[in-house]
Write a protein that binds this ligand. Structure first.
Ligand code: SF4
Ligand code: FES
Length: 270
């Protein structure tokens, strides 16, 4: 068993939680984390702005087998379709830390790390001016706040905002939980959003880096398995699990009314 690496700013979830990626089949989920659809919702400018939870799905069986080939008729659960589906289950993601291969943009008070291999095309980074330009202008308090928000909303963890004074990153404090991403704007479903430091390992025992936020492929077509690489968007993959919840577009000014207060707190030293 390889040693578990933990990304800076993340914490490992309680021991009962884990996910095993079977080599040619489903994700095997342990610990009964909550599982629900998570819709990418827009602001008044029609940009990705927040997630809205939808239908919940039980995870009481231990393990709960979740489809990763995209072909199950019992989604989000596995029904054995991976045995006959046209997909390549090969786990191709490199065995390396996300931050080891990230670029940095520096502003006066913030830095932004960026590893594009982990982009899942959720588009939160363009909501109010893009995260890179906002970071570059982070001497301005509004730009700084929005840069932190955009980076922290990035579900796949491609982007992280770092306070230059302390050298620490900003992270939402997620409970261990799973989300089935739905992206109605582009008529596509997305990956499995894994939050709160749930460890991920292969059947071989190889462990992946523990991260506060990551997205795993559910459509079966990612070139960076087990992670989502945004391919679902180009093929308009759909799981047909839930319909769009009633919600109003929220303006940027309404942010404080729904952003969890702890969302932008600098984590304790990790
Ligand atoms: S996953 Fe992150 S980097 Fe990719 S579009 Fe979404 S917010 Fe931007
Ligand atoms: S869910 Fe397969 S690439 Fe995103």
């Amino acid at each position: 068993m390889s040693t578990r690496k933990i990304e800076t700013g993340s914490r490992q979830a309680d021991e009962r939680f884990s996910i095993t990626v079977s080599e040619k089949g489903p994700y095997l989920v342990y610990g009964r984390p909550p599982l629900a659809t998570q819709f990418i919702m827009l602001n008044t400018e029609y940009e990705s702005w927040y997630f809205q939870s939808g239908r919940r799905f039980p995870t009481e069986s231990e393990p709960t087998a979740l489809c990763r080939c995209g072909a199950s008729k019992r989604k989000p659960y596995c029904d054995g379709s991976h045995l006959s589906a046209r997909w390549d289950p090969t786990l191709t993601a490199p065995d390396e830390a996300l931050l080891d291969h990230s670029d940095r943009t520096h502003g006066q008070t913030l830095a932004l790390s960026d590893n594009p291999q982990y982009c899942v095309f959720a588009r939160f980074c363009h909501a109010t001016g893009d995260a890179w330009h906002l970071t570059a202008r982070s001497d301005d308090p509004t730009s700084r706040r929005l840069a932190i928000r955009e980076a922290s909303m990035c579900p796949g963890g491609r982007l992280m905002a770092w306070d230059r004074a302390t050298g620490r990153p900003y992270e939402f404090r997620f409970e261990p939980s799973l989300g089935l991403i739905e992206d109605p704007t582009i008529e596509s479903s997305g990956g499995l959003w894994v939050r709160g430091g749930i460890p991920l390992r292969r059947e071989t025992g190889q462990t992946y880096e523990i991260r506060n936020r990551m997205v795993l492929c559910r459509c079966g077509q990612s070139a960076n398995k087990p992670y989502c690489d945004g391919t679902h968007a180009s093929i308009h993959w759909q799981d047909h699990l839930d319909s769009l919840p009633e919600a109003e577009a929220r303006s940027v000014e309404q942010e404080d009314s729904f952003a969890p207060k702890e969302a932008f707190a600098v984590p304790e030293k990790v």
